[in-house]
Design a protein around this ligand. Structure first.
Ligand code: NAG
Ligand code: NAG
Ligand code: NAG
Ligand code: NAG
Ligand code: NAG
Ligand code: NAG
Length: 681
């Protein structure tokens, strides 16, 4: 750890001291590992009867943790973010594990060695080792279900191909998959337990399981036994739930119980003490802010409220332990954002790309007022008092020159370049997951087109549905404006049936396309079946009331390798003549060392952006999010490529700015109403 201190000192000299207050002098105080591990390790984390604090290796510990997900942070920035967490005085980092990224195809695992778009983010061993190098302990939440505003709560979409599989239940096909997955994942981490010299002090079993309708104690026992059998024997196992749900989702005699909440800490912590007397109390998720849905405002929790609640959790009344969810949210890159389901189906609320969460450390790793507040309160109540690293400098932000597209691929060109397996024929409408592609795993993400060639004309009414999720209709590649009427801003029709009356169509043979986007699978669901197929699952298409069959089906996955392989672009003469759906390409030069930047798609409507082939996520002019974060490690000195898939209406140029715009701030009362019985994380 001496080494770390020296590195810190050097970094501070190189980068200059940040203007934020440095923590009070802590000269002579030990590091986390000097304090807890220097004289040999006999016991791991324990929640002892009669003790207000946890004990680690027989020494009292108030866990002050921050949630930070490796899969939401560019790996080159892991160390920076971990150090910024440690510099608040926090002693622990918490992370979920995203099964869907690690097993993108059945039995085909990826921990960084794969050839998948997110492979570089997936060396979880490295992340956990790095946490220890940065003097942090680790709380691991491997799920298998994680919620987390992450597509399908972290479940791989291919699980749904087995009609007998029921997630989160004592169901053999599901248990078999979980067992296989955990037997690949956990042996890699077992030697990183604290008692074996690593940083992992606790492992969570499932996630907010008490909120699920079909709670099965046998299922929880199955996971506990599995985790123990793999060797997590001297590590605290725990569950986390909304405390109002009580202990229905846990095994009180075997698992430590923690609570997730934002407001009213006394009510929540008293309830914990009732449910689990004489034990330490911990908020496994104290929601430092909140996530955003499209169409709503940018959520927040004021710094004053944040500080007040944190003070009441870790202050002298309870001496509670805490995990700030989030400490640093990061980004839902690519198609990874999840969604919520309202109580009245088919209400559906997809999440935005940013996972800034109004957290203490912003999406781009910058210090906020909340960060300073966290530091101030941790200073008062941390136990034990330990040394801290100096605050790392913030990254440089750049506003590069706007990019004007130089070449494009039309909708027809795009379809022509789809791989063979992405073009198929179905008699009846289908879902993405059921397609015969990706080695029998179906399509996980992107868009699905059902094309019907038929004689039709103006005035004919096409009905298609249910569309999952966002859909519009084209005739010969031209978007039918009546595609847009219905929910959401009065213009879009999501997750229901779509009715379109053809306009300006002369009677003849035409290609009628139903274009459907998966805008994210629901990640929080109480529903037993939790069905999440996308495209036109159980769909029905009629023309003037007559059922239509026989479709050319095109799967648009927009994988990085495909984006990089695109050819036969046509030069853009005048951007105003482009019509969507369209892929446009442009380049921009970076003279020196790249800096973080933010892309603003003002003038465009809805789509996805690739920076040097990497999908940085969705933009949508309904907001609230206005800019997309581009971490510097995605950029290079010299020429950089920008590729945009615009679904609805291309703009003229793509601009960069040096600060984030996540939209108008506001608390929407609706989510509170919809989720009063449910949970966000
Ligand atoms: C736990 O501690 C309380 C008081 O500190 C005591 O009354 C109780 O018997 C203890 N329970 C167990 C299981 O040791
Ligand atoms: C992942 O990190 C571990 C530990 O640092 C390292 O040994 C391993 O080679 C890494 N794996 C990949 C695929 O880079
Ligand atoms: C919490 O810790 C403080 C400082 O050690 C102590 O004064 C206080 O009594 C403790 N509170 C509880 C509930 O144990
Ligand atoms: C149909 O033609 C009218 C008149 O030219 C025009 O206003 C309308 O936008 C057209 N609709 C479509 C779908 O092109
Ligand atoms: C599809 O719609 C037609 C016409 O309304 C109806 O006859 C048919 O039963 C429907 N099929 C399904 C699978 O819903
Ligand atoms: C940009 O695209 C060109 C053409 O495909 C490719 O040769 C080049 O390597 C790309 N640059 C980066 C930084 O990815």
């Amino acid at each position: 750890m001496i080494k770390i201190l020296i590195i810190n000192l050097l970094l501070a000299l190189v980068q200059g001291f940040h203007e934020l207050p440095q923590s009070p002098s802590r000269a002579g105080l030990p590091t986390v590992y000097e304090h807890f591990a220097s004289n040999g390790i006999s016991t791991g984390l324990e929640a002892r009867n009669g003790s207000v604090l946890f004990s680690l290796n027989d020494k009292p510990l108030k866990i002050i943790s921050g949630a930070m997900h490796y899969f939401r942070i560019h790996p080159d920035l892991w160390r920076d973010r971990l150090r910024k967490l440690r510099a608040t005085g926090a002693n622990t980092v918490e992370t979920y594990v995203a099964w869907n990224l690690h097993e993108p195809r059945k039995d085909d695992y990826d921990f960084g060695e794969g050839n998948n778009d997110m492979s570089a983010f997936l060396n979880i061993t490295r992340y956990i080792e790095m946490a220890q190098e940065e003097d942090l302990l680790v709380l691991l939440r491997p799920g298998p279900y994680i919620c987390s505003e992450w597509d399908f709560g972290g479940f791989p979409s291919w699980l749904q191909r087995d009609p007998n599989l029921l997630v989160r239940q004592y169901n053999r096909p599901y248990l078999d998959r979980v067992e296989k997955w955990f037997k690949v994942l956990l042996p890699q981490l077992v030697d990183l337990q604290f008692t074996r010299g690593g940083p992992i002090i606790g492992v969570q079993i499932e996630n907010e399981y008490a909120s699920f309708n079909a709670v099965s104690k046998k299922y929880i026992q199955f996971i506990v036994d599995l985790v123990r059998a793999i060797g997590f024997t001297n590590t605290l196992l725990f569950t986390s739930d909304g405390s109002y749900n009580g202990i229905r989702g846990t095994l009180p005699d075997q698992l430590f119980y923690t609570a997730n909440f934002q407001g009213d800490p006394e009510w929540n912590l008293d309830l914990l003490l009732e449910l689990q007397p004489n034990k330490p109390v911990m908020s496994m998720e104290f929601w430092s802010g909140w996530f955003d849905h499209w169409f709503e405002k940018h959520n927040y929790l004021s710094t004053a409220e944040f500080g007040d609640i944190l003070d009441r959790i870790i202050g002298n009344k309870y001496n509670g332990s805490v995990n700030l969810y989030m400490f640093h949210g990061g980004t839902n890159f690519g198609f990874m954002a999840g969604a919520n389901a309202g109580n009245a189906n088919p209400r559906y609320f997809p999440d935005v790309t940013s996972y800034d969460y109004d957290a203490p450390l912003s999406e781009s790793g910058d210090y906020t007022e909340k960060y300073k507040k966290a530091m101030e309160i941790i200073d008062k109540y941390e136990f034990p008092k330990l040394s801290r690293p100096l605050l790392p400098a913030e990254s440089t932000k750049r506003a590069y020159s706007p990019v004007t597209p130089d070449k494009y691929l039309s909708y027809a060109d795009i379809i022509l370049q789809l791989p063979t397996e992405a073009r198929t024929f179905y008699v009846n409408p289908t879902s993405m997951e059921d397609l015969n592609m990706n080695g029998g795993n179906g399509q996980s993400f992107g868009y699905l087109i059902h094309r019907k060639r038929a004689i039709t004309k103006s005035g004919v009414v096409l009905k298609a549905g249910p569309v999952k999720d966002f859909a519009f209709v084209l005739v010969d590649g031209i978007i039918q404006p009546s595609s847009f009427s219905g929910e959401g801003d009065g213009r879009y029709w999501i997750n229901s049936e779509k009715e379109v009356t053809f306009e300006n169509v002369t009677e003849d043979w035409h290609d009628i396309d139903i274009f459907v986007e998966c805008t994210g699978r629901v990640n929080f669901g109480r529903d037993v079946h939790f069905l999440q197929k996308k495209g036109l699952p159980n769909g029905n298409v009629t023309l003037d009331g007559v059922q239509t069959q026989g479709f050319d089906v095109f799967a648009l996955e927009f994988k990085s390798a495909w984006i990089r392989s695109l050819k036969n672009f046509k030069p853009v003469q005048d951007t105003s003549t482009l019509s969507a759906p369209v892929i446009v390409h442009g380049t921009f030069e970076i003279p020196g060392t790249p800096g973080d930047t933010f892309i603003n798609m003002e003038g465009w409507e809805k789509g996805i952006i690739f920076v040097n082939g990497f999908n940085i996520g969705r933009y949508w002019n309904v907001g609230p999010q206005r800019t997309l974060y581009v971490p510097a490690p995605l950029l290079c000195t010299g020429q950089n490529n920008l590729t945009v898939f615009e679904q609805l209406k291309p703009g003229n140029h793509i601009s960069f700015q040096d600060n984030a715009n996540l939209g108008e701030i506001g608390k929407k009362s609706e989510p509170q109403k919809f989720y009063s019985e449910s949970n966000p994380a």
